[in-house]
Design a protein around this ligand. Structure first.
Ligand SMILES: [Zn+2]
Length: 387
């Protein structure tokens, strides 16, 4: 059992006890035989949820658009063309899938993300016990009406149980065709309470109202939208109803990580830090039907994040993160915490964006064997230590 004392949870200093990979209690004093870590007023948050990523595409360089597009069809055609002719892109696409997936997991972990909604097939590598973050497994998805066509989209929707999220890229563009996609989905019976629309750039007030009336949700990826279309959707009202989660999309079009995405969201809206935080914790968990995440409460998974005292999430950079735990296992954080944490695991020193950090040893070892690497992560040749 690990007990965190003087943890700032939602503004209150409290005690959080962790056992068997879940939160055992909040507010109960530590017991005699427990290992205690004093957070001294640091913030304790549930691990963040990235509601949209393509985990096999994060080792790619961000592709500069040749122009501002009107519709995602134009962008997909451009990527297809460049994939065949640009050497750097051809080489990146040739990196083995297992490496690409691991790098996608590490991108997320280093930014405090402990659960990712991956939008592509659920590759076997994402379900392995040693994958660094949790990947949502109970979901239905279609790429988009444009890629799948109507029959396959309907089939995917119908195959998805009502208590799983059903996720589709839609209204990704700024023209009439993009806007019309929402109404096409509606006519096809695909706008239901478990539907999550990714992007929705073209949604005007009437479409947003329809989304809300259908009790559906929106996954907002503002950096990717601005990059491709120079515009994004107005999320104010949907957010106040708890219908919006934030996703990074892959680095092909999106920002570096979810923390960067939150800063972009803060710049674009008048939302408070607390409201932004909700979109990557509580609201995201509810929309993705993840009952045991997005909150620090008894029974929730011990996927947690420690931030410096008083620091709002939309100001955090990944090297500021004091600690990330998945299922109570510390995977990344400050070295002073590593030494004080539970026994039975090994860690190594690494540098993230120039700052000294620890990383769980077997993860660092696997990363050190890859040909590709995570920019900003330096893996030192130090020997693992037992905490
Ligand atoms: Zn996407």
């Amino acid at each position: 059992m690990l007990t965190l004392i003087n943890a700032d949870v939602g503004g209150d200093r409290t005690v959080v006890r962790i056992g068997a990979s879940r939160v055992a209690s909040v507010g109960e004093p530590p017991q005699a035989d427990e290992r205690v870590l004093d957070l001294a007023g640091d913030r304790l948050l549930p691990g963040l949820i990235n509601a949209h990523d393509h985990l096999q595409l994060n080792h790619l360089p961000r592709l500069e658009p040749a122009r501002r597009y009107r519709n995602v069809r134009e962008w997909i055609a451009e990527v297809d063309r460049r994939r065949r002719v640009e050497g750097a892109l051809k080489a990146a696409v040739a990196v083995p899938l297992a490496e690409r997936l691991l790098l996608g997991g590490v991108k997320n972990l280093l930014s405090g993300v402990t659960t990712v909604a991956h939008h592509d097939p659920l590759y076997a590598g994402l379900c392995e016990i040693q994958y660094p973050v949790r990947v949502v497994r109970r979901y239905g998805w279609a790429h988009s009406l444009y890629v799948e066509g109507e029959a396959k989209t309907i089939e995917s929707r119908e195959r998805t149980p009502a208590d799983w999220p059903w996720i589709i890229h839609a209204a990704e563009g700024v023209d009439e065709e993009a806007r019309e996609e929402l109404w096409r989905l509606d006519r096809l019976g695909c706008l239901t309470p478990n539907t999550l629309i990714v992007h929705g750039v073209a949604l005007g007030a009437v479409e947003r109202h329809r989304l809300s009336a259908a009790s559906a949700g929106l996954i907002w990826c503002p950096s990717s939208n601005l990059h491709l279309f120079g515009a994004t959707v107005d999320v104010a009202e949907l957010t106040s109803e708890g219908r919006v989660a934030i996703g990074t999309d892959s680095r092909l079009t999106g920002s570096r990580d979810l923390l960067d995405e939150l800063r972009t969201a803060a710049r674009l809206t008048a939302m408070s830090s607390a409201a932004l935080e909700c979109m990557v914790t509580r609201d995201a968990a509810r929309l993705l039907r993840l009952a045991d995440r997005g909150i620090v409460a008894p029974g929730a998974r011990a996927d947690m994040l420690v931030l410096p005292a008083g620091m709002p999430l939309d100001r955090v950079r990944r090297s500021d993160i004091r600690l990330v735990m998945v299922g109570g296992i510390p995977l990344y954080g400050d070295v002073d915490f590593a030494a004080a944490l539970v026994s039975g695991w090994r860690w190594v020193e690494v540098r993230v964006d120039g700052r000294l950090k620890f990383m769980e040893a077997s993860l660092a070892e696997r990363l050190s064997r890859l040909a590709a690497s995570e920019p900003g992560l330096e893996l030192a040749a130090t020997v693992g230590r037992a905490a």
